[in-house]
Design a protein around this ligand. Structure first.
Ligand SMILES: [Cu+2]
Length: 252
């Protein structure tokens, strides 16, 4: 049989094709053609001599005393800075729903790992105790105590829903048994954030083309910002540089 324009057979064939295409697009999530995303990538560097970790007296707890860790407030390796949360400024990118899985911080060798994490507003936080000793986990919003919970050796993870924390907030974690322990949870309204590891690198993938303010925040060194323009399908490079704060002037 010959199929000619306007024939019932062609119309039927076309309807089937359209239906099949629509179903295929729905199945693969390609029904809406989003513009190809770009990315924001780069490194956080340190200017000047790397600060040396100072010894920490951990002898108050025999379990903690088995391992040595110095101060970790500013960790620089080969000129790169760890523990910097890099993100698109809150409110400056498409908002995202909170993941149903919590962000995780472990207590290991009487240290928090990682020391800085990002969450999306509404996402829960899970704190694990991998140590054969007692920790308490105190969560603070600035000076306000949000919770203070005991977590003995072998205890189940503590899960907090961070209720009431909004994008832009920071929750700090502290252990009063081991006062050198501290960690930070940074709340955003979208998923465009990353925390630097020892190599200082970060990548924010899947960023829609456009202009953005990017923030780099370190718990003790503060905030730096940069303006970037993201083009479709391309990485946009940005570099942040931190340095030791100037020494206080000597007393007269
Ligand atoms: Cu502790």
């Amino acid at each position: 049989m010959k199929i000619t324009p306007g024939s019932p057979v062609l119309a039927l064939t076309m309807r089937r094709w359209i239906l099949a295409t629509a179903l295929a697009c729905a199945a693969t999530g390609t029904a809406v053609a989003a513009p190809p995303a770009g990315s924001i990538t780069g490194a956080v560097t340190w200017t000047g001599p790397a600060p040396e970790a100072k010894p920490v007296d951990r002898s108050s707890d025999p379990v903690c005393a088995k391992t040595a860790h110095g101060t970790d407030d500013v960790v620089v390796t080969d000129g790169k800075l760890r523990d910097v949360l890099v993100r698109i400024k809150v409110g400056g990118a498409p908002a995202a729903a909170a993941p149903t899985t919590p962000a995780v911080i472990a207590q290991s060798e009487c240290m928090y790992a990682p020391r800085v994490v990002g969450v999306i507003a509404g996402q829960a936080l899970e704190i694990r105790n991998l140590d054969a000793t007692f920790h308490n986990v105190r969560g603070n919003a600035l000076t306000k105590v949000l919770w203070n919970l005991a977590q003995p050796k072998g205890a189940a993870p503590i899960v907090r829903d961070l209720a009431g924390r909004a994008a832009g907030d920071v929750v700090s974690l502290h252990c009063d048994v081991h006062p050198w322990m501290a960690a930070w949870v940074v709340v955003s309204d979208h998923g465009f954030f990353a925390v630097t590891g020892a190599d200082g690198g970060f990548t924010l993938p899947g960023v829609p083309p456009g202009s953005y303010t990017v923030e780099a925040w370190h718990p003790t060194l503060g905030l730096k910002t940069a303006k970037v323009k993201v083009k479709k399908g391309k990485p946009t490079k940005v570099r942040f540089t931190f340095a030791a704060p100037p020494a206080a002037a000597p007393a007269p």
